[in-house]
Design a protein around this ligand. Sequence first.
Ligand SMILES: [Zn+2]
Length: 88
Amino acid sequence: MTPHNPFILADGKKPTCMEMLQVIIDGEANDEQQEYFKNHMDRCLPCFKSYDLDMAIKRLLKSKCCGGEAPVDLMEQIKTQINQITPS
Ligand SMILES: [Zn+2]
């Protein structure tokens, strides 16, 4: 049960997992949202994995040390996502 979802937009639209994840990864989440998402990850394996992978790949890209350990298709997915979030 989730009595209150801090990610819900003003129009009452329920955000998808990916939308929540993007706010978190983007670093735009407030404390309440981070707390909610932490709890959400405990129950939502896809979110947990995506978050984990996002962070891993962000570190990877930052260090420019590509060991190629992450599956290629997932790498591409995340890269696309990161490119949307941080245009360079
Ligand atoms: Zn989720």
